[in-house]
Design a protein around this ligand. Structure first.
Ligand code: HQG
Length: 180
């Protein structure tokens, strides 16, 4: 993504995951926004985005954060919401191990509380270490935690796989976490 695409992606993350009210937009219960309304309201708030730019950002987004419906009349974020919306994801059996990237400063708290979702709708896990490292890097000195997801699944915890391949779960109790 080039600089202007990153700029648009951050704006879309704000609007489609967290605060649509910033531009007076409403999402439906599944997090979908009407595309023409989104572009019109963005423009009213001095964020001019063309349909062509929007299509490029959706297609070339490094993490495939957004998706259109089939006729491109609607758009939503694939995951990462703090808004309470229904993504309609089906529970999926996870692999044996998934990874969570965090920062050293959170480790003491995670050791006592486990992994909590905080302001987001889910705890985010990835199937590869490199992604986890990048996620942790956003918060400080990165630490990669391995999570025994097959054991969690056996213990009746549910997992979901978002359309952009982020693993989501509600909470990770500390006994399932392998600390480095
Ligand atoms: C930490 C990005 C203290 C948790 C990424 C994380 C991801 C605790 C931070 C997505 C804790 C929350 C989400 C506890 C968890 N005590 N700290 N008990 N339990 N934490 O940003 O997972 O680029 O809400 O380890 O790729 O970092 O936005 O979650 O460090 O998929 O598309 O609390 O955001 O995607 O931070 O990132 P976040 P995250 P995008």
């Amino acid at each position: 993504m080039d600089k202007s695409q990153v700029h648009i992606s951050k704006f879309l993350s704000l609007i489609l995951r967290h605060k649509p009210e910033t531009i007076g937009l409403e999402l439906d219960n599944s997090g979908w926004a009407n595309v023409s309304e989104l572009l019109a309201k963005a423009e009213e708030h001095n964020r001019q985005i063309s349909m062509k730019e929007l299509i490029t950002v959706v297609a070339e987004n490094d993490k495939q954060r957004f998706i259109f419906n089939s006729d491109r009349s609607k758009i939503r974020a694939n995951q990462g919401h703090s808004l309470s919306i229904e993504l309609d994801l089906k529970p999926v059996k996870p692999p044996e191990i998934l990874y969570h990237g965090t920062a050293t400063r959170f480790i003491d708290s995670i050791r006592t509380q486990g992994l909590i979702k905080g302001r987001r709708q889910h705890v985010h896990l990835s199937s590869d270490i490199e992604t986890a490292r990048k996620v942790g890097d956003r918060h400080g000195k990165p630490v990669i935690l391995a999570v025994l997801t097959d054991k969690m699944h056996d213990g009746n915890h549910q997992f979901f796989l978002s359309d952009n391949k982020v693993w989501l779960t509600d909470y990770v109790p500390v006994e399932y976490i392998l600390f480095p």
